[in-house]
Design a protein around this ligand. Structure first.
Ligand code: AMP
Length: 542
């Protein structure tokens, strides 16, 4: 017997229809690439997205066509996304922080036919597009007055291009499993792998993200996704904010502490999200200027582990609730969020921070487990760590073109490549990337835990821990530190600081001071480069 409920396919453009109808006047505020702050509404974004869809369809693009974007978070980028999806196309976000050759490789792999690009990336586009024969058209997110001279063929200013449409267009009807978006993972080894989102997975993910114990946003919130749309869909906020009717503040090209603070303050942002590096810049700015965060209620921090000191500072000094979150491009990206459960009521001080330090529990729609190397499930005891595996309706079941097939098993579990433990309350804590964990005398040492502790030292700006070859123990930890400006901590200071906080055999054998720690295009510490840099490092004899 079948249910007798309507077939109402979960399609992304229905999110924008809903936003325009129910929250039509709600604003989308952008720091434009040209400079000024620009304001639009969900109703206007929908009207212009329809023009994008109409023009693309008229110019010969249709279902399944990959349309690339190389752009910051702005209202224009948002319109283009919905326009692309609404004519059946697949938005393909490109990360401008990758090397040009890598971006070109990704575009060729995806077979992108059109490129929408911000003014900031014109030189980059000029270097890349000639290497990508499938690109037929370049649309520059600007108006005629700001359109630069360019060597790109078939380049047009977005605002001029839009003048050719009246928006009299009906979104195409698709089945909900149709592809609507693509994003490549920034693999540290091998070629990047393409993740292909469907309308259904994006809509479900957006609903999941809005739930109270997930991101918990409402139409009363002013939401600022600092995390870029090119980094795992801005963690879904470009879909959940319109779905719930929240005001959106788009930070455009500026992510320095002063620029972020200005938007948080003038636009009265209540909810924001980004990687720890961004928040480090903001917190430094607040310390330097004595400014406060009177409007902000919640900050979601993920992409790499949120240092304990950061949670403490946001919550104790600025009254902002921190939600530590974990996810991956392959998971659309939300996996777990660290909102507390009633079981944690009554915890205070360091005991509360112990829980907030964890990456949290999954919302409905994500299942997880940890296994040993023989794929045996490990207990949820908050100690035993193993490979973290996940499944759910917004989790990838394959990569584009069949790459990385070994990460998916017959039961639908995706091996995240992360190492984690899960406690009795279901709270997961990442201890490492599988390839970064230090194996010392057959036992594992968590580099993330050591890094989190080290950045709690008052003289430390940033810390990374890597394994260095050791004749007896195979590998031992080396702590690499960037000191805060004007501070000169010593190795002895740092080791003494860590003593008593971790098992003795976890203590780093050595400390190296550097001016800078290398980062990947998504803001994670680039351990491969660091390991290369310290390959010949000789640890002091015990
Ligand atoms: P990406 O697909 O670029 O978002 O990268 C996903 C990876 O980032 C995960 O597999 C983790 O290794 C790492 N990651 C994301 N969030 C966190 C977090 N809160 N703590 C530690 N690692 C994280």
């Amino acid at each position: 017997m079948h249910g007798l409920m309507q077939d109402w396919p979960l399609l992304c453009h229905k999110i924008l229809d809903h936003a325009a109808r129910q929250h039509g006047g709600r604003e989308i505020v952008s720091r434009s690439v040209e400079g000024p702050i620009e304001r639009t509404t969900y109703a206007a974004v929908r009207a212009r997205a329809l023009k994008v869809a109409q023009l693309l369809a008229r110019q010969g693009y249709g279902e399944g066509d990959r349309i690339a974007t190389l752009a910051w978070n702005t209202g224009r980028h948002l319109e283009a996304w919905y326009g692309i999806m609404g004519m059946g196309g697949v938005y393909h976000t490109l990360n401008p922080r990758l090397f040009p050759d890598q971006i070109a490789w990704i575009m060729k792999d995806a077979g992108d036919r059109v490129l929408f690009v911000d003014l900031s990336f014109m030189a980059l586009a000029e270097a890349i597009v000639p290497q990508v024969p499938s690109i037929e058209k370049v649309i520059v997110f600007t108006d005629a007055a700001h359109m630069p001279q360019t060597s790109l063929e078939n380049a047009v200013a977005y605002e001029e291009w839009l003048k050719g449409a009246d928006g009299d267009f009906a979104w195409v009807t698709l089945e909900e499993g149709a592809a609507c978006g693509m994003c490549y993972t920034s693999g540290t080894t091998g070629n990047p792998k393409g993740v292909v989102y469907s309308h259904r997975s994006n809509v479900l993910h957006a609903m999941i993200a809005c739930m109270p114990d997930a991101m918990g946003i409402s139409c009363r919130d002013v939401v600022m996704p600092v995390v870029p749309m090119f980094h795992a869909n801005a963690w879904g906020l470009a879909q959940s904010a319109p779905m719930i009717g929240a005001t959106l503040v788009m930070p455009g090209p500026r992510m320095d502490g002063a620029a972020i603070w200005e938007l948080l303050d003038t636009e009265r942002v209540s909810f924001t999200a980004a990687v720890p590096t961004v928040w480090l810049m903001l917190l430094n700015h607040l310390e330097e200027t004595g400014r406060k965060l009177p409007h902000l209620n919640k900050v979601v921090i993920g992409g790499s582990a949120c240092p304990r000191a950061m949670t403490r500072k946001f919550e104790a000094d600025y009254g902002v609730e921190v939600i530590h979150a974990w996810g991956m491009t392959e998971m659309s990206p939300l996996g777990t969020l660290g909102t507390l459960k009633p079981e944690h009521d009554g915890l205070a001080g360091e005991a509360r921070l112990d829980v907030k330090q964890k990456q949290g529990f999954p919302p409905f729609g994500v299942e997880m487990k940890v296994t040993d190397d023989e794929n045996r499930e490990l207990p949820w005891d908050g100690r035993t760590f193993g490979r973290l595996k996940v499944r759910g309706p917004a989790v990838a079941k394959a990569y584009y073109g069949g790459a990385g097939a070994e990460q998916f098993d017959e039961e639908g579990w995706f091996d995240t490549g992360d190492v984690a433990h899960i406690d009795a309350e279901g709270f997961m804590q990442i201890t490492d990337r599988a390839k970064d964990v230090i194996k010392s005398g057959g036992e594992w040492i968590s580099t993330i835990e050591l890094e989190n502790l080290a950045v709690g030292h008052p003289d430390v700006a940033e810390a990374a821990v890597i394994g260095v070859a050791h004749p007896k123990w195979d590998e031992r930890p080396l702590l690499v530190v960037v000191a805060k400006a004007g501070r000169t901590p010593t190795k002895a200071d740092l080791i003494a600081y860590l003593e008593g906080k971790v098992a003795k055999w976890w203590l780093p054998d050595d400390v190296a001071f550097v001016d800078e720690i290398p980062h990947t295009a998504t803001g994670k510490i680039q351990k491969t480069t660091l390991r290369e840099q310290f390959r010949d490092h000789v640890l002091p004899a015990a």
